[in-house]
Ligand binder design. Structure first.
Ligand code: ATP
Ligand code: MG
Length: 411
Protein backbone atom coordinates (compact mmCIF):
# COMPACT_ATOMS: atom_id res chain seq x y z
CA UNK A 1 0.00 0.00 0.00
CA UNK A 2 2.84 2.37 -0.86
CA UNK A 3 0.34 4.74 -2.47
CA UNK A 4 -1.45 5.63 0.77
CA UNK A 5 -0.12 9.01 1.95
CA UNK A 6 1.39 9.13 5.44
CA UNK A 7 -0.64 12.30 5.96
CA UNK A 8 -3.42 13.73 3.82
CA UNK A 9 -5.21 17.01 4.40
CA UNK A 10 -8.28 17.77 2.30
CA UNK A 11 -10.27 21.00 2.10
CA UNK A 12 -8.88 22.37 5.37
CA UNK A 13 -10.40 25.68 6.49
CA UNK A 14 -9.36 27.73 9.50
CA UNK A 15 -10.69 31.18 10.36
CA UNK A 16 -9.52 33.63 12.98
CA UNK A 17 -11.41 36.84 13.72
CA UNK A 18 -10.99 38.94 10.58
CA UNK A 19 -8.59 36.47 8.88
CA UNK A 20 -9.01 33.26 6.92
CA UNK A 21 -5.70 31.59 7.74
CA UNK A 22 -6.41 28.43 5.71
CA UNK A 23 -8.99 27.81 2.99
CA UNK A 24 -9.41 24.72 0.85
CA UNK A 25 -5.97 23.41 1.65
CA UNK A 26 -5.13 20.07 0.05
CA UNK A 27 -1.87 18.34 0.89
CA UNK A 28 -0.79 14.72 0.48
CA UNK A 29 2.54 13.62 1.92
CA UNK A 30 4.04 10.35 0.71
CA UNK A 31 5.56 8.14 3.43
CA UNK A 32 9.31 8.26 3.92
CA UNK A 33 9.76 11.52 2.00
CA UNK A 34 10.78 15.07 2.84
CA UNK A 35 7.88 17.31 1.83
CA UNK A 36 8.48 21.06 1.98
CA UNK A 37 5.77 23.64 2.55
CA UNK A 38 6.73 27.08 1.31
CA UNK A 39 4.91 30.39 1.37
CA UNK A 40 5.29 34.05 2.29
CA UNK A 41 5.04 35.33 5.88
CA UNK A 42 1.44 34.96 7.00
CA UNK A 43 0.54 32.55 4.17
CA UNK A 44 -0.88 30.08 6.70
CA UNK A 45 1.87 27.46 6.96
CA UNK A 46 2.16 27.34 10.75
CA UNK A 47 -1.62 27.35 11.17
CA UNK A 48 -1.90 24.33 8.89
CA UNK A 49 0.78 22.44 10.77
CA UNK A 50 -0.75 23.41 14.12
CA UNK A 51 -3.98 21.85 12.88
CA UNK A 52 -2.18 18.67 11.84
CA UNK A 53 -0.52 18.57 15.27
CA UNK A 54 -3.84 18.98 17.11
CA UNK A 55 -3.02 22.40 18.53
CA UNK A 56 -5.86 24.06 16.65
CA UNK A 57 -9.16 22.62 15.46
CA UNK A 58 -9.98 23.18 11.79
CA UNK A 59 -13.30 24.83 10.88
CA UNK A 60 -13.64 22.43 7.96
CA UNK A 61 -11.89 19.68 6.05
CA UNK A 62 -10.53 16.25 6.75
CA UNK A 63 -7.27 14.83 8.03
CA UNK A 64 -6.14 11.29 7.26
CA UNK A 65 -3.16 9.52 8.72
CA UNK A 66 -2.12 6.33 6.88
CA UNK A 67 -5.48 6.44 5.12
CA UNK A 68 -7.62 6.63 8.29
CA UNK A 69 -9.69 9.72 9.06
CA UNK A 70 -8.59 11.24 12.36
CA UNK A 71 -9.81 14.08 14.57
CA UNK A 72 -7.24 15.46 16.99
CA UNK A 73 -8.45 17.29 20.10
CA UNK A 74 -4.91 18.09 21.22
CA UNK A 75 -1.24 17.26 20.50
CA UNK A 76 -1.48 14.15 22.68
CA UNK A 77 -3.94 12.70 20.15
CA UNK A 78 -1.59 13.65 17.29
CA UNK A 79 1.42 12.09 19.03
CA UNK A 80 -0.60 8.92 19.58
CA UNK A 81 -1.19 8.83 15.81
CA UNK A 82 2.59 9.15 15.26
CA UNK A 83 2.78 12.87 14.44
CA UNK A 84 5.31 15.12 16.17
CA UNK A 85 6.19 18.77 15.73
CA UNK A 86 9.26 20.92 16.35
CA UNK A 87 8.03 24.49 16.64
CA UNK A 88 9.45 27.66 15.11
CA UNK A 89 10.51 28.72 18.61
CA UNK A 90 12.01 25.97 20.74
CA UNK A 91 10.02 24.84 23.74
CA UNK A 92 12.70 23.37 26.02
CA UNK A 93 13.24 23.93 29.73
CA UNK A 94 16.70 25.54 29.77
CA UNK A 95 17.45 24.60 33.39
CA UNK A 96 16.90 20.85 32.83
CA UNK A 97 19.22 18.34 31.23
CA UNK A 98 18.81 16.94 27.74
CA UNK A 99 17.48 13.64 29.10
CA UNK A 100 15.02 15.41 31.44
CA UNK A 101 13.72 17.51 28.57
CA UNK A 102 13.35 14.57 26.24
CA UNK A 103 11.32 12.49 28.69
CA UNK A 104 9.34 15.38 30.23
CA UNK A 105 5.69 14.32 30.24
CA UNK A 106 6.55 10.79 29.00
CA UNK A 107 8.80 9.60 31.83
CA UNK A 108 9.60 5.88 31.98
CA UNK A 109 9.00 4.62 35.50
CA UNK A 110 10.23 1.71 37.55
CA UNK A 111 8.75 0.92 40.96
CA UNK A 112 7.08 4.32 41.00
CA UNK A 113 10.27 6.27 40.26
CA UNK A 114 11.56 7.82 37.03
CA UNK A 115 13.84 5.32 35.34
CA UNK A 116 16.63 7.63 34.15
CA UNK A 117 18.78 4.64 33.17
CA UNK A 118 16.15 3.45 30.71
CA UNK A 119 15.63 7.00 29.44
CA UNK A 120 19.35 7.53 28.83
CA UNK A 121 19.69 4.21 27.05
CA UNK A 122 16.76 4.97 24.76
CA UNK A 123 18.04 8.49 23.99
CA UNK A 124 21.48 7.09 23.18
CA UNK A 125 19.88 4.45 20.96
CA UNK A 126 17.81 7.08 19.07
CA UNK A 127 20.87 9.30 18.78
CA UNK A 128 22.93 6.50 17.24
CA UNK A 129 20.19 5.36 14.92
CA UNK A 130 19.44 8.80 13.48
CA UNK A 131 22.83 10.47 13.91
CA UNK A 132 21.42 12.94 16.47
CA UNK A 133 24.43 13.24 18.72
CA UNK A 134 23.92 15.09 22.00
CA UNK A 135 25.05 14.45 25.58
CA UNK A 136 21.98 13.32 27.61
CA UNK A 137 23.44 14.81 30.81
CA UNK A 138 24.24 18.27 29.43
CA UNK A 139 22.15 21.19 30.66
CA UNK A 140 20.06 22.60 27.82
CA UNK A 141 21.06 26.17 28.72
CA UNK A 142 24.65 25.25 27.87
CA UNK A 143 23.79 23.97 24.40
CA UNK A 144 24.06 25.83 21.11
CA UNK A 145 21.07 26.34 18.86
CA UNK A 146 21.83 23.36 16.61
CA UNK A 147 22.10 21.03 19.61
CA UNK A 148 18.86 22.37 21.10
CA UNK A 149 17.15 21.58 17.85
CA UNK A 150 18.48 18.02 17.97
CA UNK A 151 17.01 17.72 21.47
CA UNK A 152 13.63 18.88 20.14
CA UNK A 153 13.80 16.28 17.36
CA UNK A 154 14.84 13.56 19.82
CA UNK A 155 11.95 14.51 22.06
CA UNK A 156 9.50 13.96 19.25
CA UNK A 157 11.09 10.68 18.14
CA UNK A 158 11.17 9.47 21.75
CA UNK A 159 7.38 9.74 21.73
CA UNK A 160 7.24 7.45 18.71
CA UNK A 161 6.66 9.98 15.92
CA UNK A 162 6.69 8.55 12.40
CA UNK A 163 5.82 11.89 10.80
CA UNK A 164 7.91 14.86 11.85
CA UNK A 165 6.82 18.47 11.30
CA UNK A 166 9.63 21.04 11.37
CA UNK A 167 8.48 24.67 11.35
CA UNK A 168 11.21 26.92 9.88
CA UNK A 169 14.00 24.72 11.29
CA UNK A 170 16.82 26.54 9.52
CA UNK A 171 15.80 30.09 10.47
CA UNK A 172 17.99 30.01 13.58
CA UNK A 173 20.91 27.95 12.25
CA UNK A 174 24.28 28.91 10.79
CA UNK A 175 25.28 27.23 7.49
CA UNK A 176 27.29 24.42 9.15
CA UNK A 177 24.32 23.59 11.40
CA UNK A 178 21.98 23.61 8.40
CA UNK A 179 24.21 21.01 6.75
CA UNK A 180 24.13 18.87 9.91
CA UNK A 181 20.34 19.17 10.10
CA UNK A 182 19.92 18.15 6.47
CA UNK A 183 22.17 15.15 7.03
CA UNK A 184 20.00 14.19 10.02
CA UNK A 185 16.85 14.60 7.93
CA UNK A 186 18.36 12.32 5.28
CA UNK A 187 19.05 9.67 7.93
CA UNK A 188 15.52 9.98 9.30
CA UNK A 189 14.09 9.56 5.82
CA UNK A 190 16.29 6.51 5.23
CA UNK A 191 14.71 5.00 8.35
CA UNK A 192 11.24 5.56 6.89
CA UNK A 193 10.33 8.71 8.82
CA UNK A 194 8.14 11.19 6.91
CA UNK A 195 9.17 14.82 7.21
CA UNK A 196 7.12 17.97 6.66
CA UNK A 197 9.45 20.88 6.45
CA UNK A 198 8.29 24.53 6.47
CA UNK A 199 10.61 27.12 5.01
CA UNK A 200 10.85 30.17 2.90
CA UNK A 201 14.49 29.69 2.00
CA UNK A 202 14.02 28.42 -1.52
CA UNK A 203 17.53 27.18 -2.25
CA UNK A 204 17.41 25.02 0.87
CA UNK A 205 14.02 23.64 -0.03
CA UNK A 206 15.19 22.80 -3.53
CA UNK A 207 18.22 20.96 -2.17
CA UNK A 208 16.56 18.93 0.59
CA UNK A 209 12.94 18.24 -0.39
CA UNK A 210 11.49 15.40 -2.47
CA UNK A 211 8.26 17.35 -3.06
CA UNK A 212 7.34 21.02 -2.57
CA UNK A 213 3.88 22.43 -1.91
CA UNK A 214 3.37 26.18 -2.21
CA UNK A 215 0.84 27.96 0.00
CA UNK A 216 -0.36 31.42 -0.92
CA UNK A 217 -2.89 33.53 0.98
CA UNK A 218 -4.06 30.52 2.97
CA UNK A 219 -4.48 28.01 0.18
CA UNK A 220 -2.34 25.45 -1.67
CA UNK A 221 -1.51 26.72 -5.15
CA UNK A 222 0.94 24.12 -6.48
CA UNK A 223 2.76 20.90 -5.67
CA UNK A 224 5.97 20.38 -7.62
CA UNK A 225 9.14 18.29 -7.74
CA UNK A 226 12.35 20.25 -7.09
CA UNK A 227 13.81 19.09 -10.41
CA UNK A 228 10.96 20.77 -12.26
CA UNK A 229 11.25 24.32 -10.84
CA UNK A 230 13.79 27.05 -10.25
CA UNK A 231 14.00 29.23 -7.15
CA UNK A 232 12.63 32.12 -9.24
CA UNK A 233 9.60 30.11 -10.33
CA UNK A 234 8.92 29.06 -6.75
CA UNK A 235 9.14 32.66 -5.60
CA UNK A 236 6.63 33.65 -8.27
CA UNK A 237 4.27 30.89 -7.16
CA UNK A 238 4.60 32.19 -3.59
CA UNK A 239 3.79 35.81 -4.38
CA UNK A 240 1.40 35.12 -7.27
CA UNK A 241 3.01 37.43 -9.79
CA UNK A 242 6.25 38.14 -11.56
CA UNK A 243 8.97 39.34 -9.26
CA UNK A 244 9.91 43.00 -9.58
CA UNK A 245 13.41 43.66 -10.89
CA UNK A 246 15.45 45.71 -8.43
CA UNK A 247 15.54 49.39 -9.35
CA UNK A 248 18.89 50.98 -9.93
CA UNK A 249 18.72 54.25 -8.06
CA UNK A 250 21.31 56.82 -7.09
CA UNK A 251 23.57 55.57 -4.28
CA UNK A 252 22.51 56.82 -0.84
CA UNK A 253 25.94 56.60 0.79
CA UNK A 254 27.26 59.92 2.08
CA UNK A 255 30.70 60.91 3.35
CA UNK A 256 29.52 61.48 6.96
CA UNK A 257 30.73 58.75 9.30
CA UNK A 258 27.83 57.84 11.61
CA UNK A 259 29.56 55.06 13.57
CA UNK A 260 33.25 54.31 13.80
CA UNK A 261 35.29 51.71 15.66
CA UNK A 262 39.03 52.21 15.93
CA UNK A 263 41.26 49.48 17.33
CA UNK A 264 38.49 48.10 19.54
CA UNK A 265 39.59 45.24 21.75
CA UNK A 266 37.53 43.23 24.22
CA UNK A 267 38.78 40.34 26.31
CA UNK A 268 37.11 37.31 27.89
CA UNK A 269 37.49 37.01 31.70
CA UNK A 270 40.70 34.93 31.31
CA UNK A 271 42.27 37.65 29.15
CA UNK A 272 41.73 35.94 25.76
CA UNK A 273 40.84 38.62 23.18
CA UNK A 274 37.32 38.17 21.81
CA UNK A 275 37.63 41.33 19.72
CA UNK A 276 41.14 42.10 18.60
CA UNK A 277 41.85 45.51 17.11
CA UNK A 278 38.56 45.98 15.23
CA UNK A 279 38.43 49.00 12.97
CA UNK A 280 35.44 49.80 10.78
CA UNK A 281 33.19 52.70 9.92
CA UNK A 282 29.59 53.07 8.79
CA UNK A 283 28.65 56.16 6.85
CA UNK A 284 25.23 57.78 6.85
CA UNK A 285 23.04 56.08 4.23
CA UNK A 286 25.31 53.04 4.05
CA UNK A 287 24.61 49.36 4.75
CA UNK A 288 27.65 47.51 6.07
CA UNK A 289 27.55 43.71 6.24
CA UNK A 290 29.66 41.78 8.72
CA UNK A 291 30.42 38.21 7.67
CA UNK A 292 31.99 35.45 9.71
CA UNK A 293 31.37 32.03 11.20
CA UNK A 294 29.42 32.15 14.46
CA UNK A 295 31.62 32.30 17.53
CA UNK A 296 34.23 34.56 15.96
CA UNK A 297 33.24 37.77 17.70
CA UNK A 298 29.95 38.91 16.14
CA UNK A 299 28.05 38.79 19.45
CA UNK A 300 30.90 40.56 21.23
CA UNK A 301 30.98 43.22 18.52
CA UNK A 302 27.29 43.95 19.20
CA UNK A 303 28.03 44.09 22.94
CA UNK A 304 30.79 46.60 22.29
CA UNK A 305 28.81 48.80 19.90
CA UNK A 306 25.71 48.82 22.11
CA UNK A 307 27.74 49.32 25.31
CA UNK A 308 26.45 46.10 26.86
CA UNK A 309 30.02 45.27 27.93
CA UNK A 310 32.94 47.68 28.41
CA UNK A 311 35.75 47.47 25.87
CA UNK A 312 39.36 46.93 26.92
CA UNK A 313 40.88 49.19 24.32
CA UNK A 314 40.15 51.36 21.30
CA UNK A 315 37.50 53.95 20.59
CA UNK A 316 33.87 53.92 19.48
CA UNK A 317 32.49 57.13 17.97
CA UNK A 318 28.94 58.14 17.16
CA UNK A 319 29.14 61.02 14.72
CA UNK A 320 31.80 63.38 16.05
CA UNK A 321 31.49 62.24 19.65
CA UNK A 322 33.60 59.72 21.54
CA UNK A 323 30.97 57.26 22.80
CA UNK A 324 33.41 54.64 24.16
CA UNK A 325 32.42 55.16 27.78
CA UNK A 326 28.73 55.84 27.17
CA UNK A 327 26.01 53.68 28.71
CA UNK A 328 23.66 51.72 26.47
CA UNK A 329 20.90 54.16 27.39
CA UNK A 330 22.92 57.14 26.20
CA UNK A 331 23.82 55.40 22.94
CA UNK A 332 20.18 54.62 22.30
CA UNK A 333 19.17 58.18 23.05
CA UNK A 334 21.81 59.26 20.53
CA UNK A 335 19.92 57.27 17.89
CA UNK A 336 21.58 53.85 17.88
CA UNK A 337 19.06 50.99 17.53
CA UNK A 338 19.52 47.24 17.79
CA UNK A 339 17.32 44.45 16.39
CA UNK A 340 18.65 41.26 17.99
CA UNK A 341 19.13 37.91 16.32
CA UNK A 342 16.92 36.09 18.82
CA UNK A 343 13.81 38.24 19.29
CA UNK A 344 12.39 36.02 22.00
CA UNK A 345 15.42 35.98 24.25
CA UNK A 346 16.81 39.45 23.69
CA UNK A 347 14.24 41.62 21.93
CA UNK A 348 10.90 41.16 23.67
CA UNK A 349 9.67 41.13 27.24
CA UNK A 350 7.40 38.18 26.59
CA UNK A 351 5.73 38.20 30.00
CA UNK A 352 5.06 41.94 29.97
CA UNK A 353 2.36 43.89 28.12
CA UNK A 354 3.35 44.83 24.57
CA UNK A 355 3.41 48.52 25.55
CA UNK A 356 6.32 47.88 27.87
CA UNK A 357 8.45 46.22 25.18
CA UNK A 358 7.68 49.12 22.87
CA UNK A 359 8.56 51.66 25.53
CA UNK A 360 11.70 49.89 26.63
CA UNK A 361 12.94 50.09 23.06
CA UNK A 362 12.16 53.78 22.65
CA UNK A 363 12.41 55.24 26.15
CA UNK A 364 15.15 55.31 28.76
CA UNK A 365 15.73 51.88 30.23
CA UNK A 366 13.95 50.86 33.39
CA UNK A 367 15.91 50.26 36.58
CA UNK A 368 17.14 46.69 36.77
CA UNK A 369 15.07 44.56 39.16
CA UNK A 370 16.80 43.94 42.47
CA UNK A 371 18.31 40.48 42.90
CA UNK A 372 16.80 38.49 45.79
CA UNK A 373 18.62 39.33 49.03
CA UNK A 374 20.25 42.54 47.79
CA UNK A 375 19.67 45.93 49.37
CA UNK A 376 18.90 49.38 47.95
CA UNK A 377 15.74 51.14 46.81
CA UNK A 378 12.88 48.97 45.57
CA UNK A 379 13.34 49.05 41.81
CA UNK A 380 9.82 47.91 40.94
CA UNK A 381 8.38 50.92 42.77
CA UNK A 382 10.70 53.39 41.05
CA UNK A 383 9.98 51.69 37.73
CA UNK A 384 6.27 52.13 38.38
CA UNK A 385 6.85 55.84 39.18
CA UNK A 386 8.78 56.19 35.93
CA UNK A 387 5.97 54.47 34.11
CA UNK A 388 3.30 56.77 35.53
CA UNK A 389 5.29 59.79 34.43
CA UNK A 390 5.99 58.42 30.96
CA UNK A 391 3.87 59.18 27.93
CA UNK A 392 3.77 55.56 26.82
CA UNK A 393 0.56 53.55 26.86
CA UNK A 394 -0.25 52.40 30.39
CA UNK A 395 0.01 48.67 30.84
CA UNK A 396 -2.82 46.67 32.29
CA UNK A 397 -2.64 43.92 34.86
CA UNK A 398 0.96 42.75 35.08
CA UNK A 399 2.64 46.02 36.02
CA UNK A 400 4.70 46.69 38.09
CA UNK A 401 6.53 43.41 37.59
CA UNK A 402 7.67 41.36 40.50
CA UNK A 403 11.48 41.06 40.45
CA UNK A 404 11.31 37.40 39.48
CA UNK A 405 8.94 38.07 36.57
CA UNK A 406 11.13 40.84 35.21
CA UNK A 407 14.28 38.80 35.75
CA UNK A 408 12.79 35.91 33.77
CA UNK A 409 11.77 38.11 30.87
CA UNK A 410 15.26 39.54 30.66
CA UNK A 411 17.01 36.19 30.73
N1 ATP B 1 -4.02 32.51 16.88
C1 ATP B 1 -4.28 33.40 15.90
N2 ATP B 1 -5.22 34.34 16.02
C2 ATP B 1 -5.51 35.21 15.03
N3 ATP B 1 -4.88 35.21 13.84
C3 ATP B 1 -3.92 34.28 13.64
C4 ATP B 1 -3.57 33.34 14.65
N4 ATP B 1 -2.58 32.53 14.18
C5 ATP B 1 -2.34 32.97 12.92
N5 ATP B 1 -3.13 34.02 12.59
C6 ATP B 1 -3.16 34.74 11.31
O1 ATP B 1 -3.32 33.77 10.30
C7 ATP B 1 -2.52 34.08 9.17
C8 ATP B 1 -1.59 32.92 8.88
O2 ATP B 1 -0.61 32.86 9.92
P1 ATP B 1 0.50 31.74 10.03
O3 ATP B 1 1.23 31.96 11.30
O4 ATP B 1 -0.12 30.40 9.83
O5 ATP B 1 1.43 32.10 8.79
P2 ATP B 1 2.85 31.51 8.37
O6 ATP B 1 2.73 31.13 6.94
O7 ATP B 1 3.29 30.47 9.32
O8 ATP B 1 3.77 32.80 8.48
P3 ATP B 1 5.34 32.94 8.93
O9 ATP B 1 6.13 32.63 7.69
O10 ATP B 1 5.44 34.40 9.29
O11 ATP B 1 5.60 32.03 10.08
C9 ATP B 1 -1.82 35.38 9.49
O12 ATP B 1 -2.58 36.43 8.95
C10 ATP B 1 -1.84 35.42 11.00
O13 ATP B 1 -1.83 36.74 11.46
MG1 MG C 1 4.93 30.33 10.71
Amino acid sequence: MADVPAVELTGIVKRFPGVVANRDVDLAVAPGTIHALVGENGAGKSTLMNILYGMQRPDGGEIRVDGEVVSFRNPTDAIRAGIGMVHQHFMLAANLTVAENVILGAEPSRWGRIDFGAARARIAELGRRYGLVVDPDALVEQLGVGERQRVEILKVLYRGARTLILDEPTAVLVPQEVEDLFRNLGELRAEGITILFISHKLDEVLSVADTITVIRAGTTVATVAPADVTAGQLAELMVGSELPTPETREPTVTDDVALALEGVTMCAPGGRPELDDITLSVRRGEIVGIAGVEGNGQAELIDAVMGLRPVDGGRISLGDEDATGWSTRRRREAGLGYVPEDRHRHGLLLDAPSGRTRCSATRPLLPTPRAPGSTGPAPAASAARWWRSSTCARPRSTWPPTPSRAATSRS
